[in-house]
Design a protein. Sequence first.
Length: 366
Amino acid sequence: MSADRLADLSAAGVSIWLDDLDRGRLESGGLAALVEGSHVVGVTTNPSIFDKAITSGATEYAAQVKDLAVRGVDLGEAIRALTTYDVRWACDVLAPVHARTGGVDGRVSIEVDPRLARATAPTIAEAKALHWAVDRPNVLIKIPATVEGLPAITAVLAEGISVNVTLIFSVDRYRAVLDAWLSGLEQAAANGHDLATIESVASFFVSRVDTEVDKRLGDGSPLRGTAAVANARVAYEAFQEVVAGERWKALAAQGAHVQRPLWASTGVKDPAYSDTRYVVDLVTSNVVNTMPEATLDACRDHGEVVGDTIVPEIANAHAALAALRDAGIDLDDVVQVLEEEGVEKFVASWEQLLAAVQDALTAAAG
């Protein structure tokens, strides 16, 4: 292990993305510094991140809010102007990484309106509008992996638009996401798009699984903290199976890039657990780990990268999930609850953001 633990993580095949963005980080050069000095090669955002950024960063956003108020734009347009401005700027910061990696990394994600999570056609329209508004080749449009989101994923990819599929909790749903991705690339090829320009990641949520399962296990259970990493490792097995298949091989022959698994929700929520566990226990080649800055700092300080911690552990992962089922944990119910909660949390954050921006517009107009 070298003195640069983040370099070790990157060398092991993990692309390090930052799960955070705000105007202050862009204006100060903080994001550029992380790209230069901490091996950060991508950024993810979500409604909760923008809610926190804009409601707590009144000074940084004040001038743009004032301009929007003077123009008399409606609330929806104002929200998109504020968020796409930050994402466009971050895309420009990461443009050299995008060029250096052939479009694989250097990506910045922005999510469709979470209130559309259960509506296919509006999600497709919103994704296309966001892609147009950001107007950068390295943007990723985030679409939730709800049942209604699956055909939207296919349709948006078929338009040649790069997609980050979010809110994946179950292996079964992940398999459906992989199928939607393959279908999207097949349709994109039929539509005449250059597959080499289309990137996709599948954001598989980790820590929230332990939080929900541990709550059901109760204090003192030896199975606490065993669900999330095992679930992710079994998901990686599904990824291996799909990319060994003929559908993917045919697309790869046309220049397509693989849809990498992205480990999301990697900040540790239980202080009893190591603050790097959802990073160092999910290391293998060709994956992404998006992490809040606190987790990034922890990995820089004491993350122990010891090689591949997924593939050699897949059999043990199956055993861990079987033990949880034997203990009475209904994993199907767990992931359904988490999906519903995930959508609800993002909707709540979005509505808080709408209210805060409306107040700011009203004040600026006065």
